[in-house]
Design a protein around this ligand. Structure first.
Ligand code: IVH
Length: 699
């Protein structure tokens, strides 16, 4: 919600003439805005159209410009209503990652087994991990240069965060200066900003007394306090910080995580007192139970335990899978549950045509957040639960995941309920809804004629991880689609030309807001290849896969050509595609099917006329002896696992393939190599043993 649009709309009362009237009007609008904020940010249910919100919000700003004391306790000063472009951005020197989750002992055992497999260790070799509580706050990266705090940045999208340096200056858990034994050049310390439960309750009491908005939970309070545009407000909020990790370092600080924690503790950082060295799954489970028991008595929220491989050298070898490290995992505590009643069951149609049933609920608080919708996933799930409208149900909410209905309380079922009849047609376009064999999802068969799918695809196209067009949110996409201005993605880039003049005059808009939108559209006329591929919304192609494809093919032209050619069975292009680590036949099939559709190729051609898709820069390892080479691993490897070898080779700029061809540069063969070795010898491919490979890449 931006505060840009004009305020001449009929919903906004006349501009008052006296101060007393202004105060009165300000109070009334402020109350309404707080109600809207609560509905939008906490209940996830907007009460008014954006234009109306914006017009009212704008009036607050106008009144405050005339009578600045009205700013005190105004929603214009609170987060949840902060202008989107308030903070400067900081690019992280090392990305800020997330963690994979474990929910059971089996998941923990798997985690340890995966590590051993990757490192080619025997099933019983010791793998030491450090366990520490997972703090439910916001991660923060602190950068020190010359031992002096220079910047503090939020996680943001992991690559780029918000500059909150001024806001952390007053957090007493964060040292401003590092001692003499810290490296002089660069030290980045990472950890969690949080608010203690006791401080959160006190803050909410004060908020209530001063007419401020109460926060839903300590995490929101911490986020709202840290992300204050006015650092003097931040300074008054009781924020705390636990340090647990690092980003860029000009020299290594320790050999193990355990030593690292001890060292930064000496520097004055607060580390969690429940940090423990653990040796095996039994140790881990005992620690998990122990902390779980302590959980209700702690003065801060935790949502699980994080386990990290202790040895930094092993961490380095283990590396990352897309956005999370292989060497760490978050073991979550069970989800919080609550009971409430189902008011209705609605069907949502997604961008791939999936029909998702959603339970509309009597609002209920679960884990500090008001929930009024829960997903029912699909037709089978509704049948499994036997859920009906008006049933009393148990819902659960874990972390950031969408709340789910887990159980129906049959004893409490009202007399007059009926089984829910899942529709056989799409509620949005009336087309037949079908289920493919073996699939859980019912899909609308309307394809291009289904407006719901079209609109969802467009929303996906502009979303944060895709084109990320500021000011072109879901609401505007819906409005422009309704008006018939935007039908396909390229239309977005033509809107200034085709409907610019009309937009400037549209209710709720104006020259200024229209200009701002055009500017943010124009900013996105150059787009990295991975974002472009992701934005297309091809089934199964998420961010991680889009990145893999972009890195592998390098340019839009190469990628398009390869996807076209891969449609031919038994082609090199198809083999090459399936040979990409983590791309299986299913994903390959969806890519090929997408490119086989003439309509999709038209969309791509059209987009190419309005924007430039940037090539992927070659990895900065061009001086590695294997960069640009194609390598195949075969036989039983003993010094490393096949996966580790593959990851390492790729990090050095080599391509790893699954089969030998004339294009292969090296075959690395362990004992027992068979047909591949024979073929390599026939084709004159250089054959190395494991040690030979290690020597080659060590050059
Ligand atoms: S380590 C590369 N340790 O959890 C791993 N994260 O899901 C970096 N978090 O964004 C994270 N307590 O905000 C780590 N003791 C802890 C943590 C922790 C909370 C948060 C952190 C991160 C998220 C990952």
């Amino acid at each position: 919600m931006s505060a840009e649009q004009g305020s001449t709309s009929p919903i906004v009362p006349e501009m008052p003439e006296t101060r007393a009237e202004a105060e009165h009007q300000h109070g009334e609008i402020a109350d309404r805005i707080r109600g809207f904020n609560q509905a939008y940010y906490i209940n996830d249910e907007p009460l008014v159209p954006d234009a109306e919100y914006d017009a009212l919000f704008n009036r607050l700003i106008e009144l405050e410009a005339r009578y600045p004391t009205l700013k005190k306790n105004s929603p214009t000063q609170e987060v949840g209503a902060a202008p989107a472009d308030g903070f400067a951005k900081i690019k992280h020197a090392r990305p800020m990652l997330s963690l994979a989750n474990a929910f059971s002992r089996d998941d923990v055992v798997d985690f340890l087994a995966r590590i051993r497999r990757f490192l080619n260790l025997t099933a019983h070799s010791p793998v030491e991990v450090v366990g520490e509580p997972k703090i439910d706050g916001l991660s923060l990266s602190l950068r020190y240069e010359n031992r002096q705090l220079v910047t503090a940045a939020t996680r943001g999208d992991g690559t780029e965060g918000e500059d909150v340096t001024a806001n952390v200056a007053h957090i007493k858990d964060i040292p401003n200066i590092l001692p003499e034994d810290a490296p002089e050049d660069v030290v980045e310390i990472r950890g969690e900003v949080y608010m203690a439960r006791s401080d959160f309750h006190k803050l909410n009491e004060t908020q209530a007394e001063t007419g401020g908005k109460p926060f839903a939970n300590p995490r929101n309070a911490a986020a709202g306090s840290l992300r204050q545009l006015d650092p003097t407000i931040s300074a008054k909020r009781p924020l705390r910080f636990f340090a647990y990790s690092f980003g860029e370092l000009s020299e290594s600080l320790a050999q193990t995580h355990w030593e690292f924690i001890a060292r930064i503790k000496n520097w004055g950082f607060i580390t969690n007192p429940f940090t423990r060295l653990l040796h095996d799954a039994d140790d881990i489970m005992a620690f998990y139970a122990e902390i779980g028991n302590q959980r209700p008595t702690l003065d801060y929220d935790i949502d699980g335990i994080v386990y990290k491989v202790n040895d930094f050298e092993l961490q380095l070898r283990l590396g990352f899978v897309s956005r999370s490290p292989r060497w760490a995992i978050a073991h979550k505590f069970p989800a919080e549950k609550a009971r409430t009643r189902v008011k209705a069951i609605d069907i949502q149609v997604g961008r791939t045509g999936a029909l998702t049933p959603v339970a509309r609920l009597e609002p209920v608080t679960v884990g500090g957040v008001v929930v009024s919708n829960a997903t029912l996933h699909n037709r089978d799930e509704i049948e499994r639960l036997g859920v009906r409208v008006n049933d009393l149900v148990v819902i659960q909410r874990a972390g950031d995941v969408i709340p789910q209905v887990v159980e129906v309380i049959l004893d409490e079922r009202p007399d007059d309920t009926l089984p829910y009849a899942f529709p056989d047609t799409c509620p949005k376009c009336g087309s037949h809804a079908m289920r493919e064999e073996g699939e859980a999802i019912t899909r609308c068969s309307g394809g291009l004629i289904c407006p719901a799918q079209a609109v969802e695809r467009l929303k996906h196209f502009v979303s944060r991880n895709a084109f990320d067009i500021d000011g072109m949110g879901a609401k505007n996409i819906e409005a422009f689609f309704e008006l018939g201005w935007i039908k396909s993605p390229a239309d977005i880039f033509r809107i200034e030309e085709t409907h610019g003049e009309t937009l400037r005059k549209l209710e709720g808009w104006g020259d200024k807001s229209a200009e701002k939108l055009f500017a943010s559209i124009n900013q996105r006329r150059n787009v990295p290849l991975d974002r472009f591929i992701y934005a297309l919304g091809i089934r199964q192609i998420g961010q991680a896969t889009a990145k893999l494809l972009a890195r592998h093919y390098g340019s839009l032209t190469e990628w398009r050509m390869a996807m076209n050619n891969a449609g031919t069975p038994d082609s090199d292009a198809l083999r090459d595609l399936i040979n990409i680590d983590q791309i299986g036949p299913g994903v390959a099939h969806d890519l090929i099917e997408f490119m086989a559709e003439e309509h999709n190729r038209d969309v791509l051609d059209d987009l190419e006329t309005v924007l430039t898709v940037e090539d992927v820069e070659a990895p900065q390892v061009s001086d590695s002896p294997v960069s640009g080479k194609t390598v195949v691993f075969t036989g039983k490897l003993e010094l490393f696992s096949r996966n580790e070898a593959k990851v390492k080779a790729e990090s050095l700029g080599a391509k790893v393939a699954g089969s030998i061809s004339a294009k292969t540069d090296y075959l690395v063969a362990g004992p027992g190599a068979g047909s591949k070795l024979k073929k390599a010898e026939e084709l004159g491919v250089t054959v190395l043993d494991e040690q030979g490979w290690l020597d080659l890449i060590a050059e």
